[in-house]
Design a protein around this ligand. Structure first.
Ligand code: KDG
Ligand code: MG
Length: 408
């Protein structure tokens, strides 16, 4: 069964998505997510100009060989553009294999290891009152684990905090603004470090000791500041502290790890196993945060998680709304199949996105499930996709109070 055509669909139902559509000589269609938030067209061009022409005529069933052909064959390895492109091809070929076999992809990965994937929601508020409202709405929606982000006194808009919502109103935070140049936010690490423990103290007092709580520091701290935060959060028993420090310098996590028992999650901006090598072999983290979309696809993330399993490290795949429903479905098939699943991030896509991507995954009683349709279980409505034209969008940038550029 040969690959007959390869198309790239860029659509913007509220935010931009890049989807690879691979069609075989038998007419089987596979989908892959290639969305790189804020740099979408770079991946679209990489796929259209440099990958699609190489795929036509190849055997669609040879997923591993195609992965190696694109990775080794590019000569220029790794990097988010290359790895998102390879991920999309990989996902599309797994989708095809599942459809041909008449089985959901998780069955091809070894079958089910659990009833469903525990999901965590995003809760936020500029004040404690707004945060509590947001947590309650998520609990009412059935979530059993909650990420907590709040405003910091003295700062304007900060990462992870959307518009304050009324009771029952759903979270609608979309960090990539449809703007010609990035919005600028400001940051003060001292104010943040003083404020966050007080927030978790209040949340624990209100919601009790058992609710799994998560927090994302979004790469803003040094290893020493991370250690300080980790320690100050220990009384509140977090499920994890995410991206406490930028991960490029893996050795930096040694300092954090040796100073705090707060569990650590990292890796949403990593592109593959080599970014994790020291972190995994020295057990410096507890959770792998990659998305299937940004770390080379189902094949690569499966291997990464098998490597992590030898060191008792679990998954916590990235699942914001900039991962498309196709990327989300790919994560869910891995979530239910692998032994070392930890948790799955889940931000619901808006209704326009779900018009373009017809999903079959479900969320019931706090658990996500990929469903039983053959392949990944997502369909792309090309007509709906065409009605949402690409709109440039950028993530914000971040400056310290004196104007110095900082990590966002
Ligand atoms: O595109 C960037 C977002 O995916 C990222 O800011 C979201 O940190 C994030 C998270 O944990 O979901
Ligand atoms: Mg994050």
């Amino acid at each position: 069964m040969k690959i007959e055509s390869v198309d790239v669909v860029v659509t913007s139902p509220g935010r931009n998505f890049v989807t690879l559509v691979v069609t075989t000589s038998d007419g089987v269609v596979g989908l892959g997510d290639a969305t790189l938030n804020g740099r979408e067209l770079a991946v679209a061009s990489y796929l259209r100009d440099h990958v699609a022409p190489l795929l036509v005529g190849r055997e669609a069933h040879n997923i591993e060989d195609t992965w190696q052909y694109l990775y080794r064959g590019a000569y220029w390895r790794r990097g988010p553009v290359t790895m998102a492109a390879i991920a999309a091809v990989d996902m599309a070929l797994w989708d095809i294999k599942g459809k041909v076999a008449g089985l959901p992809v998780y069955q091809l990965l070894g079958g089910r290891s659990r009833r469903g994937a525990l999901a965590y929601a995003h809760a936020s508020g500029s004040t404690l009152e707004a945060l509590f409202r947001s947590i309650r709405t998520n609990l009412d929606d059935g979530f059993r684990a909650i990420r907590v982000q709040t405003g910091v006194p003295g700062l304007g808009k900060v990462y992870g905090v959307g518009r304050d919502l009324a009771a029952g109103e759903r979270y609608d935070y979309e960090p990539a603004g449809r703007v010609a140049v990035p919005v600028e936010e400001s940051w003060d690490t001292g104010a943040y470090l003083r404020h966050i423990p007080t927030v978790f103290e209040a949340v624990r007092a209100e919601f009790g000791p058992a609710l799994p709580l998560l927090h994302d520091a979004h790469h803003r701290l040094t290893p020493n500041q991370s250690a300080q935060l980790g320690r100050s959060l220990e009384p509140y028993d977090l499920f994890w502290l995410e991206d406490c420090t930028p991960g490029e310098n893996q050795e930096g996590l040694r300092r954090v790890r040796s100073q705090t028992t707060t569990p650590l999650a990292i890796g949403e901006v990593f592109t593959g196993v080599f970014d994790y090598q020291t972190l995994i072999t020295e057990q410096l983290i507890d959770y792998v945060r990659s998305s299937v979309t940004h770390a080379g696809g189902i094949s690569a993330v499966r291997k990464l998680m098998d490597f992590a399993a030898m060191y008792q490290i679990k998954s916590g795949f990235h699942g914001p709304t900039d991962v498309s429903p196709v990327g989300m479905a790919a994560a869910l098939h891995l979530d239910v199949a692998i032994h070392n699943f930890g948790i799955q991030e889940y931000m619901q896509h808006n209704s326009q996105t779900l018009e373009v991507f017809r999903t079959s995954y479900t969320f019931v009683d706090g658990l996500l499930d990929p469903g039983e349709l053959p392949g990944l279980g997502v369909e792309l409505d090309l007509e709906a996709a065409a009605s949402f034209e690409y709109t440039p969008a950028y993530l914000p940038v971040n400056r310290l109070l004196d104007g110095t550029m900082h990590d966002w």
